[in-house]
Design a binder for this molecule. Structure first.
Ligand code: DC
Length: 246
């Protein structure tokens, strides 16, 4: 029997293999940019797990459970079943975060939310709920997730794990420019930098699922390379991981 060995046949086969791609790393290292581009290129689903923690933070703030940096954890934990998180795609194909059916995409990116989200994400009951939802969203594979614990806790068997890092000044400048573009012009560069460093420290220090590089994750430092170069590296790793499954 003749075997089809044409390159087209092979690339078609490779494209049809579904894997889980886990992208973890420090705050504002470009995880979501690369995750979105990979998902688009591979026709996979993109799950922004940080947005899920941000939505829980926003809900808590709106409910009045956050004041002077203190959180009413008991009230939040008791209400967890009433918090429904989902994503929809807007007309331009962008993911939009939905909290109990309302579009909160802009609100969850505010500095006020950034200031409480690490504390919210250190609550174990919150993590349990969100991790279970993330696992169920990714169970059929063909997903790219970005966060802090994807390769270590959510999908420890992910076929490709990438851990992103970058110089903190570079990260702060990029984040600051993003906030300016979104109309948050009152936020200073130093406030952005301080927030990034505080969140990194809190995310690494928490006892439940701290931020750390999985042993089998590939390190990607994007301090000096362009987003296109980062994407090319990540895509080549993804193709190798997919081919490994074929
Ligand atoms: O990716 P981000 O900056 O939007 O994430 C916001 C916060 O949520 C981050 O400071 C830590 C927390 N987080 C987490 O603990 N685990 C995840 N998988 C994703 C985010």
């Amino acid at each position: 029997m003749l075997q089809d060995v044409s390159p087209m046949y092979h690339s078609y086969e490779i494209y049809n293999m579904s894997i889980v791609i886990a992208i973890d790393g420090y705050s504002s290292t470009g995880k979501s940019t690369i995750a979105k581009r990979l998902a688009e290129a591979l026709d996979y689903i993109y799950i922004d797990t940080g947005a899920m923690y941000r939505m829980v933070a926003l809900y808590s703030m709106q409910a009045g459970w956050v004041s002077d940096g203190r959180i009413d954890k008991d009230a939040l934990v008791a209400a967890l079943d009433q918090i429904e998180l989902s994503f929809v795609r807007d007309a331009s194909g962008e993911n939009v975060a939905m909290l109990n059916g309302l579009n909160v995409e802009l609100a969850i990116r505010s500095m006020a939310v950034s200031q409480v989200v690490s504390a919210i994400s250190s609550i174990s009951a919150v993590r349990q709920k969100l991790v279970a939802q993330q696992q169920s969203m990714g169970q059929s594979k063909a997903v790219v997730l970005d966060g802090r614990d994807i390769g270590t806790v959510v999908f420890p068997e992910a076929e490709l794990k990438i851990f992103m890092t970058a110089d903190s000044d570079v990260r702060a400048s990029r984040r600051h420019a993003e906030l300016q573009a979104k109309g948050q012009s009152q936020v200073t560069l130093s406030a952005v930098r301080d927030n990034l460093l505080q969140r990194d420290e809190a995310d690494q220090a928490r006892s439940d699922s701290p931020l750390l590089q999985a042993k089998d994750a590939q390190l990607l430092d994007n301090s000096t390379i362009t987003p296109d170069e980062v994407f090319q590296v990540a895509l080549s790793w993804a193709m190798l991981a997919i081919a490994g499954k074929a």
